[in-house]
Design a binder for this molecule. Structure first.
Ligand code: UDP
Ligand code: MG
Length: 324
């Protein structure tokens, strides 16, 4: 199968028939072998009934219904697990992303050899309250991840090699930073395609202002997890030792000065308190690092690595997770 289109959706009953007809038209025009996986993220409206009805007309449509609303990342993760196509394309259900982009997104993966191609809504039809903070986020994400050629990390329209979606796990609100996760998993051929964007036709946005707070926190945890999850002591231990050393030097200096000149009381010096706090904070940081190290050492996947290739592989070995 050439293409899997994964569509996460939450209360999008009005859009689905139009979206499905549009996808079907594009797929037929290019005679792609394909499947459309609609993941109903616990919709409260009739979305699921619409999917069931549509599946009678479109045999390529597969539906998955989650038990409750878990969020877009969870819906994508479930869809990724099911996707069988060589190229996996994600698309929002609200008709803001155009299925007409699919053939080119497919071509860039298959012919140009990209691991991941992200859409870029260069001209957006969203209110400024959303576009401005988004610019800021993308700048932060770019400088944190070193993926300098992406303008729009959170574009819902993306295409992937199948093995990429099978080797990343997204949860929380991590869908905003999939390119970073892909890069950390070793898939660094990441491209961008300018895509047409449209104003939402039906319904309203599912993300409020809290998206910016959560987005920022998730950016921090993504960059922390990808860098230090397997070696927390390097961060906390290093910082802790540095802090402790500063405090220790201050104390030594004050002690020597006190005994050499004996002109002041220790507690009259502001430096005394700074030294004291530095020592305490240093010990705290060091202990946090030590505890985090213990936690990561006893976690079940401490030795899970993605294996890219084998030669002369021992066939009796159990197959590892991810690509092989
Ligand atoms: N979505 C979802 N679960 C949620 C929230 C959103 O599956 O909890 C889907 C939603 O139905 C849409 C896509 O994620 O298909 C993008 O959501 P939306 O259009 O509201 O985001 P925006 O375009 O405003 O960033
Ligand atoms: Mg939208």
């Amino acid at each position: 199968m050439q293409i899997s289109i994964v569509v996460p959706l939450f209360n999008e009953e009005e859009s689905l028939p139009e979206l499905m007809a549009w996808i079907d038209r594009v797929m037929k025009e290019h005679s792609f072998s394909h499947e459309v996986i609609m993941v109903d993220d616990g919709s409260k409206d009739t979305s699921w009934r619409v999917i069931e009805n549509l599946s009678a007309t479109y045999p390529a449509l597969r539906g998955i219904k989650l038990g409750r609303n878990y969020g877009k990342s969870a819906a994508l993760n479930v869809g990724f697990g099911e996707a069988q196509g060589d190229v996996v394309i994600t698309m929002d259900a609200d008709l803001q992303d155009s299925p007409d982009e699919v053939p080119e997104l497919y071509r860039m993966i298959v012919e140009d050899g990209y691991d991941l191609v992200s859409g870029w809504k260069q001209k957006r039809y969203d209110p400024i309250s959303k576009t401005l903070p988004t610019k800021l986020y993308n700048w932060a994400a770019r400088s944190m991840s070193g993926i300098n050629n992406l303008h729009d990390f959170n574009c819902g329209l993306k295409s992937y090699k199948n093995e990429v979606v099978k080797s990343i796990e997204i949860y929380g609100e991590m869908h905003r930073y999939i390119p970073i996760l892909a890069k950390k998993a070793g898939y660094d051929k990441i491209g961008e395609k300018i895509v047409h964007h449209q104003a939402r036709k039906y319904g309203t946005t599912k993300f409020g202002l809290e998206r910016f707070l959560y987005g920022l926190l998730d950016l921090l945890s993504v960059s922390f997890m990808t860098r230090f999850a397997k070696r927390p002591m390097h961060l906390f231990g290093g910082l802790g030792a540095l802090c402790f050393l500063i405090g220790f030097l201050i104390t030594v200096y004050l002690t020597i000065a006190k005994f050499a000149f004996n002109v002041y009381r220790m507690t009259d010096r502001p430096l005394f308190y700074i030294g004291l706090v530095a020592i305490i904070v240093g010990v705290q940081l060091f202990l946090s690092g030590f505890l985090a190290e213990l936690v990561s050492r006893s976690s079940a996947d401490r030795n899970n690595y993605l294996i890219a290739k084998y030669v002369n592989r021992n066939p009796s070995q159990p197959s590892p997770k991810g690509r092989a």
